[in-house]
Design a protein around this ligand. Structure first.
Ligand SMILES: [Zn+2]
Length: 354
């Protein structure tokens, strides 16, 4: 439960700020200021309790209808550092552009545990290749079979015991279900190609990347969102895992993506306005509080990962887990101290700004 990534946080430092500090140490081209400027919010947590961060960039242009939505994700594979850096570069572009006709949701780092491993890993902390863990219809029967027969049980491509067994995968599936994107852009490395799944027609090039469909693997995001949900999934495979494209390359890729999106996204949607990432997070907090019988706790209060002294007190709060003889769970804190009425809390290893 307690892991190296869960440093004790000083009161007043938010979880994204704490995370940005660590990320700046790991990445060459994303410093703490750039990361903080991205104003990321915590959507969920990884196996090792690192935050899965997300940011919405709603449309700025009002054209008299609901704008199309695009979900961009980076580093489903934790060892593809250049993917995270490129997505940060593009978030900066989104932030500084005055005209946005698309509603963007961006999750720059879906596999933080892999990225923060001593030597970054493709798989998550449970040894699962998240890009083989999506709940596509064929994944339950084919993903493990494919892994055994086609990859020779390659440990870098293990699909997990069952589809969506991993919290990172479940979170992304939930993002797709709630946000209902019209297209998904997933940034990877290091194969140096452009891949595509879903309805026609694919972009022929994105910057220096040329279309070269590499097939669909059972349980991949392309299999799930592209083939089973029928969404266009553009996969950008940067040529190197650790070298970020130059400014010029990045600009050309961004321009090509914009062109393709302009021609292939619906001009308007007929559905309800998108719920913002923060509103969705607040909804989850509200549900959580109601389930805990604490509807009056302000939803903007901080949260702590707590150790409970008895099973009875732990049972008041959802998401408890056991580690050895200790019971862990989440509980609200006010002004940096655990709420007195939780009573049973023994200690607070780290603050969780949920
Ligand atoms: Zn990858």
């Amino acid at each position: 439960m307690l892991s190296a990534g869960n440093a004790v946080q000083a009161a007043g430092v938010t979880e994204p700020q704490q995370f940005c500090k660590s990320l700046a140490h790991r990445l060459a081209h994303v410093n703490e200021a750039r990361c903080n400027a991205a104003q990321l919010e915590v959507g969920a947590h990884s196996v090792q309790k690192r935050p899965l961060l997300v940011r919405d960039f709603p449309q700025t242009e009002t054209t008299g209808g609901e704008p199309p939505r695009v979900l961009m994700v980076g580093a489903i594979h934790g060892d593809e550092l250049a993917a995270v850096e490129l997505v940060f570069d593009w978030m900066h572009r989104l932030d500084t552009t005055k005209e946005r006709s698309v509603y963007w949701r961006v999750a720059p780092l879906v596999n933080p545990d892999g990225l923060f491993a001593r030597n970054p890993t493709r798989v998550n902390a449970a040894g699962v290749d998240l890009n083989r863990n999506f709940p596509a219809p064929d994944a339950a029967t084919q993903a493990l079979k494919y892994w055994i027969t086609k990859t020779g049980r390659d440990p870098h491509r293990y699909p997990g015991v069952a589809p969506a067994s991993e919290p990172e995968t479940r979170w992304l599936v939930e993002q797709i279900a709630k946000f209902q994107p019209d297209a998904i852009i997933s940034v990877h490395a290091p194969y140096g190609v452009l891949d595509y799944d879903g309805p026609p027609e694919a972009p022929h090039k994105v910057g220096y990347l040329r279309l070269q469909p590499i097939g669909t693997y059972p349980g991949s995001l392309g299999d799930y969102a592209g083939l089973s949900l029928g969404l266009p999934v553009v996969t950008l495979e940067l040529p190197q895992s650790t070298r970020i494209p130059t400014k010029e390359e990045s600009s050309r890729m961004w321009a090509d993506l914009g062109d393709w999106l302009n021609h292939h996204l619906p001009a308007h949607r007929h559905t309800a306005p998108a719920q913002t990432a923060s509103a969705a997070i607040n909804d989850e907090k509200r549900d959580f509080l109601e389930a805990a019988g604490e509807p009056d706790v302000p939803i903007d209060s901080s949260w702590a990962e707590c150790i409970f002294t008895s099973p009875a007190s732990a049972s008041r709060w959802p998401t408890q887990t056991t580690a050895g003889s200790s019971l862990f769970g989440t509980c609200p804190v006010t002004s940096g101290s655990v709420r007195a009425d939780t009573g049973a809390v023994a200690s607070v290893p780290w603050i969780r700004a949920m």
